[in-house]
Design a protein around this ligand. Structure first.
Ligand SMILES: *Cc1c(COP(=O)(O)O)cnc(C)c1O
Length: 394
């Protein structure tokens, strides 16, 4: 493998991690195999004693195509090591459960993706882990909640769906002062727009299902951290509990990384333009976009992210207006993925956040008129024309 450590991000996204076989293929090979043949019994024994560089035993533990994906994303994140998982949730589950035991204390931001909330709020306490929830945007609440015995803090750097932005360096300083690990879900910000590890996160998690695939095909995830954490803590947990990424999905994600920088920047430019356009419409009661000066955490976003990101949220008068808008759109689609090449409209109150009661939704800033928009790769003029006619019908 070529040493790519001195290269710029876009070069790493194309080349890092690639392992060419004896055939010299241009595109990365998909090693669709669960196991590996050993030349001799002694070689098999040796491999079980100690795995050498680029040696594999079983695809639940590792696979060459999966390793290529892990090495490529570790290279752009600036992480020592990575472990790829079957989904983003397998990554969140692995990162948290591999580190925690009964009696530990966790501080978590309250505004979380539904499945992350289920793990932190329902599963961790069931195994005797105490969890304190805070408003993640308020550093004073973190300061008050993190204790000497706090094992880790957990948050999404940009939350779903109303795009609260968390001050990663600020939270990391508070957590590290008490010896707690900082675990950051950086899905919405992407490894292109924010390098959470450079800002103090110890463990960074991605759902590769989102921007990394970017074309709505495969589930996948990844946990990044130090060599010591990934090999010593996470890998033993994940390799025995079965959250491994499929080699085929790893190949899709590996190719997704090749174009990630171009896609995310183009999508973020469209998101910024849409946000400004919606902000001028008087039927739109609120626009939430971290790249706009009127966003509550705009300063934090500007200090830690290269742009405002690919996601925005708007608010219309009520649910009926929101539904009329969704149903009238012809370019954008109604779905619940994000980071996709297609612009996606989501009505959180009736779909992704349906399970929550109204009060909790209101506390998270989700009203019946809230619409989440994931900006895609279409021509922004077509999207604006489409949204103009949809707003007229709303
Ligand atoms: C989608 C998502 C996840 C979970 O990822 P899956 O690949 O769907 O399992 C976790 N965190 C955030 C912020 C997400 O948006």
């Amino acid at each position: 493998m070529t040493d790519t450590s001195d290269w710029q991000h876009r070069t790493k996204l194309v080349h890092s991690g690639a392992r060419r076989s004896q055939y010299g293929e241009v595109a990365e090979a998909v090693y669709l195999t669960q196991g590996f043949v050993y030349p001799t019994a002694e070689a098999a024994e040796q491999r079980f004693i100690e795995l050498g560089e680029d040696e594999f035993i079983y695809a639940r533990y590792g696979n060459p195509t999966v390793a290529a994906f892990e090495d490529r994303i570790a290279a752009i994140e600036g992480a020592e090591a990575a472990f790829a998982t079957a989904s983003g949730m397998a990554a969140v589950n692995g990162a948290l459960f591999s580190m925690l035991k009964a009696g530990d204390h966790v501080v978590s931001a309250r505004a979380l993706f539904g499945s992350c909330l289920y793990i932190v709020e329902t599963l961790l306490p069931r195994f005797g882990v105490e969890v304190t929830f805070v408003d993640g945007t308020d550093l004073d609440q973190w300061r008050a909640a993190v204790r000497d015995d706090t094992k880790l803090v957990f948050f999404e750097t940009m939350s779903n769906p109303v795009l609260e932005v968390i001050d990663v360096a600020g939270v990391a300083e508070i957590a590290h002062a008490k010896g707690a690990m900082v675990v950051a879900d950086n899905v919405f910000a992407t490894p292109i727009l924010m390098r959470a590890m450079e800002r103090g996160a110890d463990v960074v998690i991605y759902s590769a299902t989102k921007h990394i695939d970017g074309q709505g095909r495969c589930l996948g995830g990844v946990v990044l951290g130090t060599e010591e954490f990934i090999r010593g803590t996470l890998e033993p947990y994940l390799k025995h509990t079965g959250g491994a990424l499929s080699p085929f999905n790893a190949w899709v994600m590996l190719n997704g990384l090749t174009t990630l920088d171009l896609r995310v920047r183009a999508q973020a430019a469209t998101a910024a333009r849409l946000a400004d356009w919606f902000a001028e419409k008087n039927t739109v009661t609120r626009v939430l976009y971290p790249g706009r000066a009127d966003h509550p955490q705009h300063d934090v976003a500007a200090s830690q992210m290269e742009t405002g990101g690919t996601m925005l949220a708007i608010e219309l008068a009520d649910q009926a207006a929101a539904f009329r808008f969704l149903n009238a759109a012809t370019v954008a689609i109604i779905s619940n993925n994000l980071g996709d090449a297609r612009t996606i409209l989501t009505h959180p109150a009736t779909t992704t956040h349906q399970r929550l009661d109204e009060e909790t939704r209101a506390a998270l800033g989700i009203t019946p008129g809230t619409i989440r928009i994931s900006a895609g790769l279409e021509d922004a003029d077509d999207l604006i024309a489409d949204f103009a006619q949809a707003l007229a019908k709303a």
